[in-house]
Design a protein around this ligand. Structure first.
Ligand SMILES: [Zn+2]
Length: 280
């Protein structure tokens, strides 16, 4: 049986599959290697070893690549795919409207659908955007302990403009060290939402004039609490990196965001998407 599991636990990494726990329960994690999903919560407190074989396969075309671009792509795919273009990170610079979208059909499917602007608490207050369908995955991937959708729009570009506005008042970044140390105070996201909506009223009116009165819709959602399976948070953050040391080994102490927390250090698995890994 042991042999069977070992064979199954070799493959190319994709980001961990995280599902929200039921109320009061921690999120459920699985390590994803090709088609194999290894449940991780049950391995908390146990030794875990991940070894990189030295191979990287492009998550789009499957070709071998020496280096990974934009989280698991070969260079040609990185230059060709709309999902790897700069406007994904900066939606307000959407190429579709300029007629320069790399893949207009993909853009129509991906960017012309409801997006939400949310407030989250990952290492303090932050603003972010995501497709409606990516809630709550996006928050779990970021290690947010609280999140609240505040505005809904019809396109990714519009969500970019709303986020730009909120960035005048709130960061869009997570301090991942603070997030992993677990020293994040709970906050009143509803009060923060109301404060920001009042403060940014002028800017929001401007966007409504530009995109239509119904384009920028304020939501009245309830805040979401998210819990993570962590036995013990690290006091000091040391990072593992397959590019420097191919063997990552330690006792699994926790899972938060896309990080494994081992007693020997932490590792952001998303950074190593496409890396061929042997797990033991
Ligand atoms: Zn490729």
């Amino acid at each position: 049986m042991g042999e069977l599991i070992d064979t199954a636990a070799r493959g190319c990494l994709s980001k961990m599959a995280i599902s929200p726990g039921k109320t009061g329960e921690a999120a459920d994690y699985a390590l994803c290697l090709d088609e194999t999903r290894l449940p991780l919560n049950a391995r908390l407190g146990q030794p875990l070893r991940l070894s990189w074989t030295g191979a990287i396969a492009c998550t789009n075309c499957g070709r071998a690549t020496k280096k990974s671009f934009a989280q698991g792509h070969c260079y040609p795919c990185f230059k060709r795919l709309a999902s790897c273009d700069t406007c994904i990170m900066k939606p307000e610079t959407c190429h579709f409207f300029a007629g320069t979208c790399r893949e207009p059909e993909w853009g129509e499917r991906h960017c012309f659908q409801p997006h939400v602007v949310y407030l989250a608490n990952s290492s303090g207050l932050k603003v972010g955007i995501t497709r409606r369908t990516q809630v709550p995955t996006r928050w779990l991937d970021q290690g947010a302990i609280q999140a609240l959708p505040i505005i809904e729009v019809d396109t990714r570009q519009q969500s970019g403009f709303v986020e730009m506005l909120f960035k005048e008042e709130v960061s869009d970044r997570t301090n991942w060290r603070a997030m992993l140390k677990g020293d994040v105070e709970s906050m009143d996201l509803v009060a923060e939402r109301d404060r920001l909506l009042a403060k940014l009223e002028g800017g929001l009116s401007g966007l409504r004039e530009r995109f239509g009165a119904d384009a920028i819709r304020v939501l009245d959602d309830a805040p979401r609490h998210l819990d993570y399976p962590v036995l013990e948070f690290p006091r000091k953050i040391v990072s593992h990196n397959f590019d420097k040391v191919a063997e990552v080994e330690g006792t699994l102490m926790g899972l938060k965001g896309q990080y494994l927390i081992l007693d020997t250090g932490v590792i952001n698995l998303r950074k190593f998407t496409g890396y061929e890994i042997q797990v033991a």
